[in-house]
Design a protein around this ligand. Sequence first.
Ligand code: PMP
Ligand code: GLN
Length: 381
Amino acid sequence: LVSKLPNVGTTIFTQMSQLALETGAINLSQGFPDFDGPQALREAVARHVMEGRNQYSPMTGLPSLRQQVAAKIARSYGVQRDADSEITITPGATEAIFCAVQALIRPGDEAIVLDPCYDSYEPSVELAGGRCVHVPLALPDFAVDWQRLADAITPRTRLIFLNSPHNPSGALLTCTDLDKLAELVRGRDIHVISDEVYEHLIYDGQRHASVLAHEELYQRAFVVSSFGKTYHVTGWKTGYVVAPPALTAELRKIHQYVNFCGVTPLQFALADFMAAHPEHVEELPAFYQAKRDLFCDLLTGSRFTFSRALGTYFQLADYSAIRPDLDDVAMAEWLTREHGVAAIPVSVFYQSAPKEMRLVRFCFAKREETLRQAAEKLSAV
Ligand code: PMP
Ligand code: GLN
């Protein structure tokens, strides 16, 4: 067999979690909480399983869950998105991204990604016969370099990926950024996939600038989110995608053959929980900011340097003062093996990372004791 993805290996998330397991290191690498989702949510799944809600759900997702998503969008962003024609429940944000890409990209098309970027975008584009054009975000703040983005657009450009809050940097796009992008693509046949899976993990009183609330951009966009991040249940692999009716119809043609539908009892449970606990998403910023601040405060005396993440549950740390001789892949392995804390190297999110970059990513979606133990080890490095 000639591989369709010759440059793809096992993801860094699998590799580092595996190494953490083998070495007994504290795992701050792959992004997932080491605590459980809300008890009422987990009990609701058990109840729906026992009450026999175990057959296929509608291809578009359970109507009650789509309605809850529409209600949450209205509360969070002040816009009405139609539960029937604009919202589709998918088995994870990853499937939503994959299907949106298949709907948009034809052989020879180009998709622009802003590096560092999440690892599933490029293989999704390549499997559709397209090619990714990589535009680096400007350091040190991981801001969009508008001139470079404008220069990267060609007649073949069909798609631009956005990701805010941004994995791995925690950076945020602003409403001004969205205005600039809208201006850049105006009159062109270019669509947007806006990966907003960390939409509710946002700190220091900032507000998420969602493409859902930017009417002009929304008209050409697929906006993707994940219940996994918002409800601390990454293993449920349940997400959703919001897009105007015509785009949604095209996405559903693909989704119905990639997976057909998401897991039924999980959707029932999420719908119940969202109806009973609308406050959950409002409490998330304070919940995660406390974790970010605990972790950062504890690292303040260490030889790592950092500026606090504005969003997501990831904190970048610069290790130039510790092992400038090691590239970040070697550093992540050294930290795991020698110091008992697993991290993710940032260069893997790039097509070609800046040579001088010395950054690793830590996930702070952890219990207080885990963060304390990890910070103690990291402070001794
Ligand atoms: N996009 C980004 C930026 C992510 O960090 C993740 C988390 N794995 C995903 C998409 C995928 O989300 P899900 O697990 O719901 O597929
Ligand atoms: N999004 C998670 C991260 O960035 C990883 C998900 C995965 O393992 N595919 O760590």
